[in-house]
Design a protein around this ligand. Structure first.
Ligand code: A3P
Length: 309
């Protein structure tokens, strides 16, 4: 997983260049009540997505933006590619698509249908906006969650640094938008609530950013077992070593280009403490209590441990 992702990097660079020429009013559009960045998503692609045919051996990663999707995405891709090393079907850069399901042109699903190897697909979409075939075919999904205060913090720096996303005058303005769910890919709280309906599905495995931070080796092993990837202990260790924050940041020139300088920011738990003041804490604690307390995924997030000052 140290290969140069030229297609990925040029796709992101193109989006940055487009975003730089657009006004704040133009950079987002709304589809079925949720906002998306117009540089990388489109209503045509969403329409085409409805008829996407999931395969039973597809490897899906679902996560709200800023939950660590690039991190766990690398782990998953590395696991799958490593497991295929002895087969002929190793990834071919020419055939590669941008890994996020809903990002790209409307024809990408026709190209994806022809891919000759096991597909690793990421998505920020809530389950009700995913194509029916994923649930019908019981395609396995790894659901990645991160505590809402760190997600909000990470998103704040990210959205202000990148031209294709909205910019905010200050943390307070941004925080209001986050709490109202006026974010690219919608509300964090709605996202977790919708996925909570699938918390007991056999084809869904949930993992949190925080548990992976606490024990990456155990997380990688569990992910590998869930997708029935048969790797040796040595191969698993290789995936673990290549997915440390340091290793990924150092390699980001090849994997993410200049975008990597924004993406690999801190990679820590509890950075929210540098931005949240008493009123922000109160507002988010109340919202969490109202929306997610007592739910299975709410429990999984361990709010008391990770979000109480
Ligand atoms: P911070 O902004 O808090 O540093 P996403 O990929 O969904 O956009 O999430 C980005 C977040 O994941 C960023 O969080 C980033 O630093 C963190 N991240 C990326 N790679 C990581 C790694 N190997 N270990 C821990 N965190 C990582």
């Amino acid at each position: 997983m140290s290969k140069h992702r030229k297609k990925f990097i040029s796709f992101v660079e193109e989006a940055m260049a487009k975003g730089a020429k657009m006004s704040q009013e133009e950079i987002m559009f709304s589809y079925k009540g949720i906002l998306y960045p117009a540089t990388v998503c489109s209503p045509e692609t969403f329409k085409a997505l409805e008829s996407f045919e999931a395969r039973s051996d597809d490897v899906f990663l679902a996560g709200y933006p800023k939950s660590g999707t690039n991190w766990v995405g690398q782990i998953l891709t590395d696991l799958v590619v490593t497991s295929q090393k002895n087969n002929e079907s190793v990834e071919d850069e020419e055939l590669e698509e941008f890994p996020y399901l809903e990002v790209g042109d409307a024809e990408k699903y026709q190209r994806m249908a022809k891919l000759p190897y096991r597909r690793v697909i990421f998505t920020h979409l809530p389950p009700q906006n995913l194509p029916d075939s994923i649930f019908k075919n019981k395609t396995k999904i790894l659901l990645l969650l991160r505590n809402p205060k760190d997600v909000a913090t990470s998103f704040y720096y990210f959205t202000n640094a990148l031209a294709p996303l909205p910019s905010y005058k200050n943390w307070d303005d941004y925080f209001s938008a986050f709490m109202l769910g006026q974010m690219p890919w919608g509300s964090y709280f709605d996202y977790v609530l919708e996925w909570n309906k699938h918390a007991d599905d056999d084809n869904v495995m949930t993992i949190t950013y925080e548990e992976l931070k606490a024990n990456r080796a155990s997380g990688v092993k569990r992910i590998s077992e869930f997708f029935d990837l048969h790797l040796t202990d040595e191969e698993i260790q290789g995936v673990v070593d290549r997915s440390s924050f340091q290793a990924m940041k150092e390699n980001s020139d090849k994997t993410h280009g200049a975008f990597g300088n924004v993406l690999f920011r801190k990679g820590d738990v509890s950075d929210w403490k540098s931005l949240f003041k008493e009123d922000h804490n109160q507002e988010m604690d109340t919202k969490f209590e109202e929306c997610l307390s007592g739910t299975k995924l709410g429990e999984k997030l361990n709010y008391k441990k990770y979000c109480k000052a």
